[in-house]
Design a protein around this ligand. Structure first.
Ligand code: PLP
Length: 482
């Protein structure tokens, strides 16, 4: 396997906090290397700037007659237009603001459960695209996929042929355990041939790929789409639900309160039109300003350039991990065909507990990764080869107060700010952790969080900021501002 030699630099100066150093167990400080972008991305500088320029103008949205209210409303609605343009929404779709992907999917689950729909998902889904459908009582059918979690399109076709009544194909645009991006427009074209609709969980896709929901000819359109701004470099508590306007207009508003009704009397109400009827309560205008600023910046940087950078870096990461003794990559590409992937790679270290690896990476090397089952338990268990019988036995153990004792994994995930050095730092650290025996530091469990940490350690807030680079002057007392 050839690991490329060209330096991949990314856009580190685009994000806030890249030069912040974190304390290391061995003494001193090191640059924080964020390889946990699949959980949350760091904020873009443009986002921080847009928010601070907007805050002096912040006021009530849609409700006030004062000048600042008018400015806030204009910013909010301009944000909606920018976001719609970025995602290439169709003329017949509405952009609704939610708190998150999770909230958007719960909304969709209630919408479709009320219509008795069948939902076809992959076993690789994040719980956000699984539990709401189950909880609301939709009939959930799982697609077959290969050892890498790649969908079996023939199985999709036969399930679509056989399903009765209203059918939703609800898939991630990119999977948070494997990074696999299913061909969502091809799937939509197929689903539409059988009068099914397609809902895409765009949480892992939106920041990494150009998205045009309207598709090429309308037949391959994505009907429903959800995403979260904190995974798109804009962590201000907002998410987006894009849906056909007629489907939402035909339903009773989900959450009710201020802003959803044209008129309310003592005994009745007349709902207002979209998007207001789906956005009860005071909206998160700062979140919208932040997300719009992030998307506008991503557009300027170029989604194709971002994709190319992240794909090259992902290849480096996979090759580096595969060549690392003591590391086993999940969904390494040993399945059927080549598949498209965002920068998410999960792996195991059979000789060293994952929790130990993750804690050592954090405390000794300043590298942030994730360990666990990434809120996608069926996916991780399937990729690790855990049988359904063993999973059921684990549920039964939990029911009697015993630990589930099921395996988990580690995950590294990339964003536009990452560079070759970050990937190499991870690989070098993993070689040390898996190859050179136990840590020189004694690790204990934090009694409050349950996390492993070197004795006498723990992250605190407020934390003094220490940073290097052009904007910051490193100082050993950690009091320098970035
Ligand atoms: C694929 C996928 N879907 C949904 C979610 C849930 O996103 P949120 O927590 O922002 O609602 C995540 C979060 O990691 C995800 O990776």
């Amino acid at each position: 396997m050839v690991v490329g030699t060209r330096e991949l630099t990314g856009w580190p100066t685009e994000v806030v906090g890249m030069d912040v150093e974190v304390p290391l167990a061995g003494g001193g400080f090191g640059r924080y290397i964020n390889l946990d972008n699949a959980a949350s991305t760091p904020p873009l500088r443009t986002v921080a700037d847009a928010v601070s320029s907007f805050l002096p103008w912040y006021s009530s949205v849609h409700r006030g007659a004062g000048y600042k209210s008018l400015v806030s409303t204009a910013a909010f609605e301009q944000g909606r237009r920018d976001i719609g343009r970025f995602f290439g929404v169709g003329a017949d779709q509405s952009v609704i603001f939610t708190k998150s992907t999770t909230e958007g999917l719960n909304r969709l689950a209630r919408l479709f459960a009320a219509r008795g729909a069948t939902v076809i998902v992959s076993p690789m889904e994040h719980h956000a695209n699984l539990l709401p459908w189950r909880k609301e009582g939709c009939t959930v059918q799982y697609l077959s996929c290969d050892g890498d979690g790649v969908l079996d399109m023939d199985d999709l076709k036969s399930q679509l042929q056989e399903a009765l009544g209203e059918v939703v194909v609800a898939l991630s645009g990119a999977y948070n355990v494997t990074g696999y991006c299913p061909p969502i427009h091809e799937i939509a074209r197929l689903a539409h041939q059988y009068q099914a609709v397609v809902a895409v969980d765009g949480a892992q896709l939106a920041a990494h790929r150009q998205i045009r929901l309207a598709g090429t000819d309308g037949l391959d359109r994505i009907d429903y789409f959800v995403c979260s701004a904190h995974k798109i470099y804009a962590p201000f508590g907002i998410g987006v639900l894009i849906a056909p306007s007629d489907a939402l207009a035909a339903a009773t508003p989900d959450l009710v309160g201020g802003g959803v009704a044209e008129l309310v009397t003592r005994t009745g109400e007349w709902w207002t039109g979209l998007p207001g009827r789906e956005e009860a309560g005071s909206p998160n205008v700062v979140g919208v300003v932040a997300l719009a600023a992030a998307l506008n910046r991503l557009e300027q940087l170029g989604m194709d350039s971002i994709r190319q950078h992240e794909e090259e870096l992902t290849l480096r990461l996979k090759e580096g991990l595969a060549a690392c003794p003591g590391v086993r990559v999940l969904a390494s590409g040993s399945g059927s065909a080549a598949w498209s992937q965002v920068g998410v790679v999960s792996f195991t270290t059979p000789e060293v507990p994952h929790e130990v690896v993750a804690s050592r990476l954090g405390y000794e090397f300043g590298i942030g990764v994730r360990t666990g089952r990434f809120c996608a338990h069926p996916a991780v268990l399937q990729l690790l080869g855990v049988s359904d019988a063993d999973s059921r036995a684990a549920l039964a153990r939990l029911a009697v107060g015993q630990p589930s004792a099921l395996p988990d994994a580690l995950r590294a995930s990339l964003g536009l700010e990452n560079c070759t050095e970050d990937v190499e730092a991870l690989i070098a650290a993993l070689r040390q952790i898996t190859g050179e025996g136990p840590s020189p530091f004694a690790y204990v469990r934090n009694p409050e969080t349950g996390d492993l940490q070197p004795e006498g350690w723990g992250a605190k807030w407020p934390s003094k900021v220490r940073c290097t680079g052009p904007d910051g002057d490193a100082s050993s007392d950690g009091s320098t501002r970035c």
